[in-house]
Design a protein around this ligand. Structure first.
Ligand code: MN
Length: 502
């Protein structure tokens, strides 16, 4: 039976619920295990239907897994030790504060923590897969750790482990369980889970996450996203990831949905426009971020990057065969990516200081205004103070009119370029990453969709979380036009996603 496709994206599963206390991690953005579970059960119970669920990037948010209090690492001289599964992980002080590094071993550990914090979600996946449906997972910028084979393995194992109803899932048991299940379920399930390192392309349907088209979150070599030697065991993170690690994770209380600002490099401008009075609280953290990013940025030479480039190209070649897409076309799409900001120190400095500059200009201007009026216009002081306060109150909207708005629809333009490259055989182009749902007609018979996010949506204009959390998904039936729908958890039925005309 041919499968209907369901595309969802940007779930950002992180540490989730702590088993002992039932509390949710501070950095968690996904609170909807139950809703997802109900959605999956709806899919399973549809008669004569078989599904391919495609999770289009940022399924997991490895960057927001900190693992500190949960597993209580012990201090040993200059580092910390974290003992899990007979393995001892050595953590640097900074890893304890900002999150574990990105090597394979630590990424596996993070995968396990995510699964433990979202058991209901994983259980639902198991129910889905055991019915013969397929799960396709496309890599994004918050789960680029899916590059590691060990992480993919761990994900598969965690899905199987979740099927067990036993509460005692201590590590010793898990090993035995895996051995025990080996012949029965693991292999069946494993075949039903497919990982895509970049693009899904089949029968005129083109799907990718979209981070490659934003310079703050793009990877120069997405198919081999690692640092060059001698750090080839670690991920070469983009600038946006450092924003999450050093800034957003620290200030989620002030701007809980800071992760939604795209491009991330507009953060200070965004604060100026929307959260003016928090500016002073954020500037020192921003400077801290800038210093750390500069420390981490090295201008690698072409010689140093050669091996990574070669591996990337080899994988590109292989991918073109798997997707049945000409290599030249795949290379053309690869070349549409934005060059990552982190490629050069001077670029980081210019882009990030430009942001700081806006902040400082604001401070200096208000200071000067006060000073000037206070000194020279004595009789009118009270009136002037009133006027100045009024001015400050309206400043965000004044600044707003001067700073050009973010280019919200850049993914539409890229979708158009991809259509031009692939030609008329591509019918639907689907992205995520933006956290904003979108439908756009590219040509007579090609449409662009953005599947948005399942996390709470932060509405910039209204300055509040939209009252109702939306669970958007794209349904692509076989041989019928796709529909951008929304899971309604109250009625237990999908409904049309409400999108306004521009
Ligand atoms: Mn993303």
């Amino acid at each position: 039976m041919e499968k209907d496709i369901i595309v969802i994206s940007d779930l950002h599963l992180s540490e989730g619920i702590e088993k002992d206390t039932g509390k949710i991690s501070r950095n968690e953005d996904f609170f909807f295990d139950n809703e997802f579970s109900k959605f999956i059960d709806y899919l399973i119970t549809q008669k004569d239907k078989s599904w391919n669920l495609i999770i289009n990037g940022d399924f997991f948010d490895f960057l927001q897994v900190i693992i500190t209090d949960k597993n209580k690492p012990t201090k040993k001289n200059k580092h910390y030790e974290l003992k899990i599964d007979d393995k001892v992980f050595k953590l640097r002080e900074s890893e304890r504060e900002f999150g574990l590094g990105t090597n394979e071993e630590k990424s596996i550990l993070k995968m396990r923590v995510i699964a433990e914090g979202h058991r209901e979600f994983f259980k639902a996946l198991y129910r889905f897969l055991i019915k013969g449906n397929t799960l396709s997972i496309i890599k994004g910028n918050h789960d680029v750790e899916l590059h590691w084979d060990g992480v993919k393995e761990e994900f598969k194992n965690q899905v199987v482990i979740s099927s067990l109803d036993t509460e005692k899932k201590d590590i010793e048991n898990i090993r035995n369980i895996k051995i025990m299940l080996k012949d029965e379920n693991i292999e069946n399930i494993e075949k039903k889970i497919i990982f895509y390192p970049w693009i899904y392309y089949d029968s005129g349907i083109y799907i990718e996450h979209g981070n490659q088209y934003e310079k703050g979150n793009s990877f120069e070599y997405f198919l081999q996203p690692t640092l060059p030697k001698p750090k080839e065991n670690e991920i070469y993170l983009p600038l946006g990831s450092f924003f999450t690690r050093y800034l957003f994770n620290k200030i989620e209380a002030i701007t809980p949905f800071a992760d939604n600002i795209k491009p991330v490099t507009n953060y200070i401008v965004w604060i100026l426009r929307n959260k003016l009075f928090y500016l002073w609280k954020i500037i020192d953290k921003y400077v801290f971020l800038l210093v750390n990013v500069l420390k981490k940025t090295r201008n690698f030479t072409e010689e140093q990057m050669k091996k990574i480039k070669d591996t990337h190209e080899k994988k590109l070649h292989k991918l073109s065969q798997i997707l049945n897409l000409e290599k030249s076309k795949l290379m053309e799409i690869d070349n549409m990516k934005e060059i990552p900001i982190l490629k050069s120190k001077s670029r980081v400095l210019i882009i990030m200081c430009k942001e700081l500059f806006f902040g400082f200009i604001f401070f200096i201007l208000t200071g000067l205004l006060f000073y000037y009026f206070w000194l020279y216009l004595k009789p009118l002081r009270q009136l002037l103070i009133f006027l100045i306060l009024t001015l400050i109150y309206f400043l965000p909207s004044i600044i707003n009119s001067f700073i050009k708005p973010f280019k919200k629809y850049y993914l539409r333009d890229k979708a158009k370029s991809i259509y031009d490259c692939l030609g008329e055989k591509v019918k639907y182009i689907v992205f995520g990453h933006l956290h904003d749902p979108d439908i756009f007609k590219i040509s007579k018979d090609c449409y662009y969709y953005n599947t948005s996010t399942w996390t709470t949506v932060f509405n910039e204009e209204e300055q509040m979380i939209r009252e109702r959390v939306q669970f958007p998904f794209l349904h692509i039936p076989t041989n019928k036009k796709p529909k951008l729908l929304c899971w309604n958890n109250n009625t237990g039925e999908p409904e049309l996603l409400k999108l306004f005309e521009e």
